[in-house]
Design a protein. Sequence first.
Length: 309
Amino acid sequence: MTDHYEALIIGGGPAGLTAGLYLMRAGINTLLCEKVLPGGAPLNTERIENYPGFPEGISGRELMDRFTAQAKAFGLPVREFSEVFGIGQEEGRFVVSLNDGEFTADGLIVASGSEPVKLGIPGETEFAGRGISYCATCDGMFFRGLDVAVIGGGDSAIEEALSLANIVNKVYVVHRRDSLRAQKILQERAFNHPRMEFVWNARPVEVTGGREVEGLVVEDTVTGRRNTIAVSGVFFYVGYQPNTAFVAGYVDRDPTGYIITDDRCATRTPGLYAAGDVRKKALRQISTAVGDGAVAAVSLERYVLERKG
Ligand code: NAP
């Protein structure tokens, strides 16, 4: 027998947890399935300063623990280590296949977030867990007192480079251009930090080492000259790829894989909504994920009520 819910949320980040909170308060029978543990991408962020309500800033973990506690306080069931690998439709219901079972639902909210992009350079896979990381918050402590490189020039790279700079001896920020795309306030902090050095116009080519990482080979995009930066760790922050493959047959996606919705977070399939970082939109932040979660939940609530008649 397959359990049936009125609403099923895929993903327990800020968007999914907000949607769960709203749906439970609306009296909709809801299940949230999360691939690992609830919290999503902010769990990898040391300090969050641009989510309103916390004038001193708050750690990503504490903020997301609060999101989870609030949703659970309204009775939201959160199924952990429950990964969706496919969805289908039968008799007007969605069928959701997970690694640990199958559920049906009247409507779905896809809030499955995104994964760090891999650069695919030699050494990146070989040294995974031996000096290569995609999460400074998780792994920074292993590099206390050592030199590391951060690849990328966006908000993630600079924010995480700043957090690493408080732990390690030196952070080389390796960027393929000669200016950053990160927010100005982050740029100013980074340029003024005594333990940060910028390597401009540098294309990462290879991670080298023996048992563990010992260097990052970069190529100057202007001269073509190659040079090895001696580091014990390399942190990659070259963007994110949305987790939307499992839903591809039911939604329109842009060339990168982001789900195209209308302003009610509705996809081209009735009853199927998308929220958070998986959505094609102008700004991906916790605040916009929260907004999406609320909008998708209210849209789904109306859909469920209309079906009931
Ligand atoms: P991003 O903004 O897409 O930046 C990716 C960075 O990696 C860019 O600097 C890019 O260089 C570089 N890059 C991409 N492909 C590369 C390649 N093949 N080789 C070398 N470098 C490469 O990604 P993000 O920083 O992870 O941010 C993702 C989203 O989350 C953004 O919307 C961001 O604003 C948001 N975010 C916000 C906060 C915050 O508000 N505090 C924190 C983190 C993330 P180019 O600049 O040359 O393209």
